[in-house]
Design a protein around this ligand. Sequence first.
Ligand SMILES: C[S@@+](CC[C@H](N)C(=O)[O-])C[C@H]1O[C@@H](n2cnc3c(N)ncnc32)[C@H](O)[C@@H]1O
Length: 266
Amino acid sequence: MSTNTHVAETYSAKTQKFFRKRLKDLHARFASQLRGEAELVQKHGGGAKDVYEVYGDREMRAFETDSCEGLRGGEVQQISLREVRDAYLEPVGKAIEQLRKDVDRPLRVLEVGCGNATNLMLLNQRFPGVAFSGIDIAEGRIAEGRKYWGERLTSVELAQASATDLSLFADKSFDLVYSVCALEQIPYSLGDAVREMVRLADRRIVCVEPVFEFGNEAQRLYNVVSDQVRTLLPELVRQCTTVERHGLLPTLHNPLNPVGLLVATP
Ligand SMILES: C[S@@+](CC[C@H](N)C(=O)[O-])C[C@H]1O[C@@H](n2cnc3c(N)ncnc32)[C@H](O)[C@@H]1O
């Protein structure tokens, strides 16, 4: 039975009119808030694998030269894509620095949903001696990254796999497991992806992802319409021993879709 039939059968004409008016108002509000975001919704919504398989090297080229309108220190300004990425990676770098003090051997670090491995390339340059690995569901993206970054990725291990099944790695294979805007794309099997991260991480998990609870109204609408994850924080709280840091990142490439930070002990 459709909602409309249900409403028609159950409510008086006056009440039906009330519901129809509220529904129309809501549609108008959603549409105006999401106008301009439509392209992003297409890009980041369902079917991520197919979209990303054919991305090519444009994102990597843009990363080296372009800037975007973004939020810095509470102000919308023009920011280089390099600076945005550095800001997203700052908590991952901090975790690596901390773990290097605690662990008396080369650190092992995994990025889940690494895409074209731009983050891994930057971290690999900054932290020689750390053993970096990355997985992504889109084989084509990994191949593009390998080709584009060349020697800058030499010691980095990359593999095609889904975050929801990382059986290619043994338990506690890594000291740190992190993700950047990747878990956001796994709305229906997030629990499996987090379970794998908890299984593989010996010491720390860092997620740089949109977090529904920290979002403004526009972001929540965006998350719903683009069918992105809405349950990351509760899922980490449920599966990890502790979630010790959580909040919004101060530098953002898209103020309408702010990115949060969650740091957890598996
Ligand atoms: C927005 S991109 C971010 C890539 C990278 N983390 C970065 O910051 O550049 C999201 C990535 O998640 C990957 N992805 C989506 N679903 C996945 C899954 N189930 N397992 C592994 N990777 C997945 C996509 O293929 C894509 O490369």
